[in-house]
Write a protein that binds this ligand. Structure first.
Ligand code: ADP
Ligand code: MG
Length: 962
């Protein structure tokens, strides 16, 4: 179908757009920048009120109106609009059939009664099943209706024949000769015996020894040989998409087969399923969790192999805990926990000291070089540290982080340097460089110098560079290509990270032609899950990007951190696969002494909202109890914060039960806030811009800021903000223009003009499509095409987009206080906060609205708000969907939360509250009857009226109110 008719977004007071979609308006409404479908007088009212709002709004937003300490503003609704709202409320009644409330016999009945007012539907039944059952009941049921794994002699024989045939094929024999040399092969019988005699085993082994590719095959081949093929299906989880796919492909190749027979995989939105018996099925941990929602006993599988558990991702920790409940109900299920050689003991202990088997590795010796050696080799000079003003101590409050860094430096690095001086183990210039704190920052220039050194002076062999994040990979790649020193006839440079399209990933394994050196720029992904055989040199920057959640301040901190010793060892090991190798660590020996032994489990350093939704959808009972039983339980405070956020989002209720909204959010591969945004976008018909925003927020925005070009980059971003004082609008607009550019071959130019990363934008386009696919499967959209006109009626209405962004981000709101030449921002929890310099709004002297919403609050040198949008009171009222009203003297007050209140006439207060109620009912109805909005029906009318009324709110300075 033709692409959605893309227009430049119009601002809310822009008059008309003749190119509006005829399909859905049937020629009536040709104006796309107001709520669709308004008729006659309603259109006039909409524009008149917008104009009035604009006039009074600017008066209202002057510093004067903010001098009222309680921030009370007078709020009025045009009587004609009130009339329209009343009409819509009256008409909406018949949408929701109320069933008679029966008396509640027990807790379950109580929960069910809560949703009596919602008409029966398939969704309602499955939703009620979910929220009112327990995991034990579900497990029992799931075991009793086991369907696929049954013994079948005919199949067993067929599988045996197939295996014999395979064993005689040349391809198989050839690869078998390689397989036989892997250390895991030496332990084959022992591994099979131990799996046979114990329900749970832990297998640890050096990376590359053949755990992932061999062990599932040992199990399957043995089962086939023993005539048990028909009731054997092995599921093997991987923490990342890329490894699930590449391992499945590798095993199919080793079995001289195509994917889809005895080997298959499934990752988010990509699958190649295998047969239901006699097979090995690879999937991401997330997919297995999804399976467990409908079949918690995993009755389709005979063996479950959890791979890479040492990575301690939240999802694997979660499954390990969950399986403890499954095992007693499925005595025939075998659980195999596989880990690199880190801390295997801990897992065994967690499973009542289940047996451990260790596979010794074979790697060639790897020589280690530290920063001191690298400086000596390259004679690299670090730039001097940034100069602080001489009186900096007066201005800067002591910052814990900087202090800790300084302490570390004085406590560990300095004494080591003095020792080096006295030993004379290194020349003075090396020690001087190490004394410069900049030497501990990531330097792409140093990496380039080292790459040049290895390429010029060392024997052939691929070089693997570990970098903290995708952006560093992109930048280094660009630098290398731009330097002219790595011409393509002599070098193949590959980025390797989890966001890479799968096709590109395969090239990385190929050995280049003679005379060409392969350089792989990778994230931590190349540490354990992907083995590239021909690597001889490893450059380890020593850092990885980690986000940490600071529970005391309810703030997320994302920054490159030193890796643990265990990670260093893994990285080093990558160099010794085929011959003795070399590993260059870009940190000093002294720094190594400060590193932790193991990495911190993800569950202890990231917010818990997403995993709590999983606990709820899997009926695992009280969140604090379940999370208290994981291998390293998270902080109680972190659990409380996450539960609060979910309650605020209306994803769970006061009793910790999942709401219909929470149910959908649990099924979306997004954090709950961006999940809410995309759900609302599908209902309010503005999916293109909101999907773009959600993709950028949940992955990465595409803006970059080259050194010394900050001003230009800021200006370019600002242009894309369409004067909306919104980073989110800039994100949406960047992607919109990029996609338009792709059609007319201007995308490259557009990217370079606007300091945007082509690669990231391409990934965002892909993610947008994934969201559409999900929402289509969930029945909220008519099609899986994010550009479908039917899903984009309001996509040009910037006011609606900003309001939906606000609804998703609420309660992330700061209040704005405009001064003469600056503005001050405050949040209730933190007091004064600042807008991060990368935001469009950072340099504004005055902001046009009294509130600003933000995606992330991060603490570094100050508390910074990232990705901000200025929002009006109306958008806030729209976003909160809950308010309390009460008389206040001769007026009434409407309170949205503890810091945001308005005053108005009694009738207005009552109407707003009623409107919120009705709007919530509509949302609840829609969320519980997933189907696209029927804009030409009653429900469409309600949404239109909701938009109309919220955007026709008139705010007056309080003194003009009566
Ligand atoms: P482990 O899981 O123990 O880290 P794997 O089973 O992934 O080890 O890999 C075993 C060996 O198989 C690797 O050392 C490598 O030689 C080879 N191998 C694995 N995947 C591939 C691939 N996609 N292409 C080529 N060789 C591979
Ligand atoms: Mg592996």
């Amino acid at each position: 179908m033709s692409k959605y008719n893309r227009r430049k977004y119009s601002t809310e007071n822009h008059q008309s757009d003749a190119a509006a979609d005829e399909n859905y308006t049937q020629g009536r409404d040709r104006t796309s920048n107001r709520p669709p479908g308004l008729k006659g007088k309603e259109i006039g009212l909409y524009y008149r009120n917008l104009a009035m709002n604009k006039r009074t709004g600017s008066a209202n937003h002057s510093s004067k109106s903010h001098s009222d300490s309680r921030n009370l503003k007078y709020f009025s609704l045009d009587p004609a609009v009130e009339e329209i709202i009343k009409r819509s409320l009256y008409n909406s009644n018949h949408l929701y059939d109320e069933e008679k409330t029966s008396s509640a016999a027990d807790d379950k009945q109580l929960i069910k009664n809560k949703y009596n007012h919602i008409r029966d539907s398939e969704f309602k039944r499955s939703f009620l099943n979910i929220i009112s059952g327990s995991i034990q009941e579900k497990l029992a049921k799931s075991v009793s209706i086991n369907k696929k794994l049954v013994s079948n002699e005919l199949i067993d024989e067929k599988l045996k024949d197939e295996q014999k045939l395979r064993e005689s094929s040349d391809d198989y024999i050839k690869i078998m000769n390689f397989r036989k040399k892997l250390p895991s092969f030496q332990k084959k019988e022992e591994i099979l015996d131990i799996i046979n005699s114990s329900q749970v085993v832990v297998i640890s082994g050096e990376t590359g020894c053949g755990k992932t590719t061999q062990i599932p095959q040992f199990i399957l081949d043995k089962a086939i040989e023993d005539g048990n093929g028909s009731r054997t299906k092995i599921v093997c989880t991987q923490p990342r998409r890329i490894s699930a796919i590449s391992v499945a492909e590798r095993i199919a190749y080793e079995r001289a087969e195509r994917l889809g027979k005895s080997v298959g995989y499934q990752v988010r939105l990509e699958k190649f399923l295998c047969r239901d018996y006699g097979s090995i099925f690879f999937c991401t941990t997330g997919i297995l969790l999804q399976y467990m929602q409908s079949d918690p006993a995993l009755s389709d599988f005979s063996h479950i192999v959890l791979d890479e558990i040492h990575e301690r991702t939240t999802e694997t920790d979660f499954i390990i805990t969950l399986l403890k409940q499954v095992i007693p109900k499925r005595p025939d299920l075998k659980v195999i926990l596989m880990s690199a050689t880190l801390n295997a003991e801990q897992f065994s202990k967690y499973y009542e000291r289940c047996p451990i088997i260790h596979i010794p590795g074979f790697t060639y010796p790897v020589s280690k070089f530290y920063l001191e050696d690298i400086i000596e080799i390259t004679r690299f000079n670090f730039p001097p540290p940034p100069k602080l003003p001489t009186n900096w101590k007066k201005h800067l409050k002591p910052n814990k982080e900087i202090m800790k860094k300084n302490d570390d430096f004085t406590d560990f690095i300095e004494p080591a340097l003095r020792q080096m001086e006295s030993d004379k183990s290194y020349p003075a210039y090396v020690i001087n460089q190490l004394r410069n704190p900049t030497s501990e920052e990531l330097s792409l220039e140093l990496i380039q110098a080292l790459l040049e050194h290895i390429s010029e002076s060392k024997k052939p062999g691929a070089i693997l560079v570990f970098l903290p994040g995708i952006m560093d990979i992109t930048n280094l790649n660009k630098n290398l290509l731009g330097s002219g020193r790595f011409p393509s006839y002599k070098f193949q440079i590959y980025p390797l990270h989890s966001r890479l399209p799968t096709v590109e990933q395969k090239l990385i394994f190929q050995v280049p032609p003679a005379g060409v050196r392969k350089i792989i720029l990778a994230t931590a992904i190349a540490e354990t899950s992907i083995t590239i055989e021909d690597v001889v040199y490893v450059i380890d920057c020593g850092k990885t990007k980690l986000s940490r959640f600071d529970v005391n301040n309810n703030i997320e901190i994302l920054k490159p951190e030193w890796i643990s010793l265990a990670n260093c060892q893994q990285r080093r090991g990558r160099a010794g696969r085929v011959q003795p190798g070399e590993c260059y660590h870009l940190f000093s020996k002294a720094r190594e002494m400060t590193l932790d032994e193991y990495p911190t489990p993800e569950m202890l350093r990231t917010p818990l909202e997403k995993i709590i939704l999983q606990v709820k959808i899997l009926l695992l009972g009280r969140v604090d109890v379940f999370l208290g039983s994981v291998i390293d339980p998270p902080d109680d405070k972190a659990i409380k914060i996450a539960l609060n956020l979910l309650r605020n989002l209306n994803a769970i209720d006061d009793k910790e039960n999942l709401t219909p909204l929470g149910y959908h959010l649990a099924r979306l591969p997004l954090d709950p806030r961006t999940g809410k945004m995309v759900l609302w976008a599908s209902m309010f018909s503005c999916v293109e811009p909101i999907f773009a925003i959600a993709a950028s927020l949940s992955f990465k925005d595409a803006f970059y800021c080259p050194l010394n070009k900050e001003q230009e980059a800021n200006d370019a971003k600002k242009k894309l903000g369409l004067e909306q004082f919104s980073d989110h609008i800039a994100l949406a607009e960047a992607l919109r223009q990029f996609e338009q550019g792709l059609l007319n071959r201007q995308a490259g130019r557009f990217c370079s003009d606007h300091f945007l990363s082509w690669n990231i934008l391409k990934l965002l386009v892909e993610m947008k499509q994934q969201f559409a696919q999900h929402l289509y499967e969930m029945k909220f959209l008519d099609s899986s095409d994010p550009s479908d006109k039917r899903a984009n009626r309001n996509s040009d209405n910037l006011a609606v987009i900003k309001a939906i962004v606000c609804a998703g981000l609420y309660p992330n709101i700061a209040t704005v206080q405009n001064g003469k030449s600056f503005c001050k921002l405050r949040t209730v929890e933190d007091g004064t906060v600042k807008i991060h310099p990368s935001s469009i709004n950072a340099r504004a002297n005055q902001l046009p609205t009294p509130y600003i919403t933000y995606y992330l609050k991060q603490k570094s040198t100050a508390i910074f708000l990232h990705d901000t949008t200025c929002i009006t009171e109306a958008a806030l009222i729209f976003a909160t969907t809950k308010c309390s009203i009460r008389p206040q003297g001769i007026r009434w007050s409407i309170t949205l939360n503890q810091s945001i209140s308005f005053v108005c006439k009694q009738s207005t207060a009552e109407i707003i509250q009623k409107l919120h109620e009705e709007f919530n009912k509509l949302l609840e109805h829609k969320i519980s009857h997933p189907e696209p909005i029927l804009w030409e029906s009653q429900e469409g009318n309600i949404l239109r009226f909701v938009l109309l009324s919220f955007f026709c709110i008139i705010l007056l300075p309080i003194q003009q109110s009566f």
